[in-house]
Design a binder for this molecule. Structure first.
Ligand SMILES: [Fe+2]
Length: 147
């Protein structure tokens, strides 16, 4: 197994956890005249990001690695920081923060595809290539709501 690939997958796993929790937070905390649209959109974002977690962790196991599972490790490794609970974001602020998180995940996945290709691991490369398209779709939806 490639240690670099496993380490990278754990970064992806940690980041997906934090971004999914952030999306949950927006889903719960959003308010305003278009509440239903935003509430549903952030719920869909949560579902899409959360759906990647199990496959990332199982890929780590296929490569004989250990997926991280502790919340403190998730927070310290994630490239997306938890949404600041002291800040009272409006719906636009949430969309911007969610989009910034998606952009970070997309950049991280591009890096991961390179790492997997260098390690001669087309299985991981394919998994991340599939996931990056889902994340790009989510980013597109968020961007259009900010236009
Ligand atoms: Fe809900």
């Amino acid at each position: 197994m490639s240690k670099a690939v496993v380490e990278h997958l754990n970064l992806e796993l940690a980041t997906a956890f934090v971004q999914s929790f952030n999306a949950q937070r927006y889903h719960w905390m959003v308010s305003g005249p278009h509440f239903r649209d935003y509430h549903l959109r952030f719920g869909e974002l949560y579902e899409a990001v959360h759906a990647t977690i199990d496959e990332l962790a199982e890929r780590v196991r296929m490569l004989d690695g250990t997926p991280i599972t502790s919340p403190s490790q998730m927070e310290s490794l994630s490239v997306v920081k938890p949404s600041d609970t002291k800040k009272r974001l409006d719906a636009t602020g949430m969309l911007k923060e969610a989009l910034a998180g998606q952009d970070k995940i997309i950049a991280l996945m591009h890096k991961g595809i390179e790492i997997a290709d260098q390690a001669g691991d087309p299985g991981t490369s394919d998994l991340l290539t599939r996931f990056v398209q889902d994340h790009q779709k989510e980013a597109w939806f968020l961007r259009e709501m900010l236009a």
